[in-house]
Ligand binder design. Sequence first.
Ligand SMILES: [Zn+2]
Length: 412
Amino acid sequence: MNSMITIASNYIDPKKRGGEYNLTFHTIPHEKVYSRLSDDPIPHPATGSIKIAATSEEIPDPTSFGEDGDQVRLVVQIQESPSTKTKEVFITKGYVRDDGGWRESPLQVIHVSGELHSRLDGLIETDILSDQSVFFVGFGSVGSTIVRFLVQSGVKRFHIMDHDRIELCNIARHEARLRDVGRLKVDFAEEDIRQKNPEAEVHTWPVKSDEKNLELCRRLIRENTLTICTADSRTCRDLTNYNLIKEGKTGIFAGCRRRAYGGMVMIVRSGRPPCYNCYTHTLPDEAKDREIANAEAAEEIQYSDRPVPIEPGLSLDIDPISQFTGKLALQELLRNKPTTLRSLDEDLSDPLYFWYNRRENGEDSERFQPLSADPDDVHILRWIPVQFDPNPHCPTCGDYLAYMKKIYGLNP
Ligand SMILES: [Zn+2]
């Protein structure tokens, strides 16, 4: 079976010319694949040695250096470039242990920071995005996918808050895998992000975004460019909304309806009305129609001693919500910056968006026309922008006291 060795150029140290050093590689068991691209924990380590040959030296044989347990050996010879005399040229050879001997293997030397996002050039402004930071309230199935979209687009600074651990039942919908069951979701988040970009800055908060952590959440909302709240808990959403209004910051709320037959995405821009509380007041039925994806969400809407069944939706039906939220988030992160995406501002100017994956009995979507019918009508599998006015008496962003005085004839 062919092997492959991949190493980031920063692990080759030309100053050790004439010497050698050890380096641990990550390996995929039984696949003869070895790599070392970041300093993150290595689940399947393989020991290796690197020999930096002197310029005049012959390229050394892999049996002439290293340690007994090595599975990988690399030889690097540094030569001056014959053309410019200014640049050094690396001649590298890689070997893997095979049947007790050493077999030469294909070897790639990669400049990670230069190549990671090089293919996004011209598509998105990765330099601008690398300075922006995003605070995630909740890292469930919706949140984990949005994080992946953002890190792959070039966002490098994240704060992730979630108190839950990954359970087996999450795996079908979450970015996490079987081996992650039992881990705190925020610990998985950090590893997942850094596996996509080792230069990313990830801060994790394994706590619930409730009233006990109100001041912490408020500081994080203040200090980050954008907040994305995908938490199921109404308390988390209300308090996030409250902090956004108090700090004048932008936040996006995203969630699914029952068994993910549809979903909603709402943006509160610069802490100005309409806010999430205006939405729950103006469209209370829509706001209540939420996916019951876990025990906590079931408990929150339970109104008798009869348990509410947990009925989460398909990953396939959740992804449109995550994807739209990711797009809306990027648009906000690039706000007021010159970008090829500026024209999308007009498409994404509304505060609220609905999506329907299928017609649901007893709901408005039951009456939706087929997708090919009147294009001006509302349909399944198509984003529906919703305009609604701020509630002037909203307890969070409006003047609730004026409202109370008016309806009850109270004097100031
Ligand atoms: Zn409001």
